[in-house]
Design a protein around this ligand. Structure first.
Ligand SMILES: NC(=O)c1ccc[n+]([C@@H]2O[C@H](COP(=O)([O-])OP(=O)(O)OC[C@H]3O[C@@H](n4cnc5c(N)ncnc54)[C@H](O)[C@@H]3O)[C@@H](O)[C@H]2O)c1
Length: 254
């Protein structure tokens, strides 16, 4: 898609989990809108491949980052400060899930989902949010889920726990920074048809249930999540904080 506007020109925006199904579209959209993107993931080679396919690749920065490790957040924040005058926005997108239900979940896997998807998001707000504040203000976008709010299909208990926490931490952090220029919002995708999701579920009963239970009668596209991110990351949303934006084809209104 070619956009007629560059709403993020001159802005530096950090993205976690950049090489997953939704992450790549977030990076592409932010870059297309003119941002310098700090492209992070545990998989640095995949970050490099992603940037190789984007125009003006030299404008962006690639950094390895396991969001669950605080020391890596500290290194990333200092690398960003060395390369750029500051940080204007960040997107806490990286996460892992588990399909297990309340009775089937296993303690080690539960703890790992919380460590990455919940604690990793808090660490991102703590470290990158502080840099955004030092820069003079900006935006934090937390990628949550409909499962942060509703029960979905009655499975993915650990993931729902983590995303419920992301939803409430978003509002808590929004109040902390309300008068300090840092806005914090969450985006709640419904089921998004990423290559990874299709590889796992295409043609299965679960895939049919995801479509059938979405009022709009289709799964979402990663680009549709990325468009919401671009809106919340930039200056079109300067009086919006602590809110939750659903990109779910109507799932949560049924
Ligand atoms: N795909 C969907 O249907 C859907 C629906 C609702 C919410 N979401 C949310 O959207 C976001 C992106 O999802 P996706 O579908 O692209 O998932 P994905 O599994 O394709 O991508 C996740 C990314 O996170 C990275 N990651 C995993 N562990 C990490 C860690 N410890 N540190 C840093 N990065 C790590 C992975 O390398 C990958 O790039 C997630 O927060 C997810 O919970 C997705």
């Amino acid at each position: 898609m070619t956009l007629g506007v560059a709403r993020l020109a001159g802005k530096v925006v950090l993205v976690t989990g950049s090489t997953g199904g939704i992450g790549v579209e977030i990076v592409r959209r932010l870059a297309e809108e003119g941002a310098s993107v700090v492209v992070t993931d545990v998989d640095v080679e995949a970050c490099a491949k992603l940037i190789a396919g984007i125009e003006h690749g030299e404008r962006h920065q690639i950094l390895g980052l396991d969001i669950a490790r605080e020391s890596q957040w500290q290194q990333v924040v200092s690398a960003v400060s060395e390369r750029f005058p500051g940080l204007d926005a960040m997107v806490n997108n990286g996460a892992i899930g588990s399909l297990a239900s309340v009775v089937d979940e296993d303690l080690d896997r539960y703890n790992r989902v919380i460590e990455v998807s919940q604690t990793g998001t808090w660490l991102g707000m703590k470290h990158a949010g502080a840099l955004i504040e030092r820069t003079g203000g900006g935006s934090i976008v937390n990628i949550c889920s409909i499962l942060g709010t509703v029960g979905g299909m009655g499975n993915s208990l650990a993931y729902a726990a983590a995303k419920g926490a992301v939803r409430s931490m978003t509002k808590n952090a929004a109040l902390h920074w309300a008068t300090r220029g840092v806005r914090v919002n969450s985006i709640h995708p419904g089921f998004i048809e990423t290559p990874q999701l299709l590889e796992r579920y295409d043609g299965t009963e679960r895939h049919r249930a995801m479509v059938a239970n979405t009022p709009m009668g289709r799964l979402g596209r990663a680009e549709e999540v990325a468009a919401a991110v671009a809106f919340l990351a930039g200056d079109d949303s300067t009086f919006i904080t602590g809110t939750e934006l659903y990109v779910d084809g109507g799932w949560t209104c049924a």
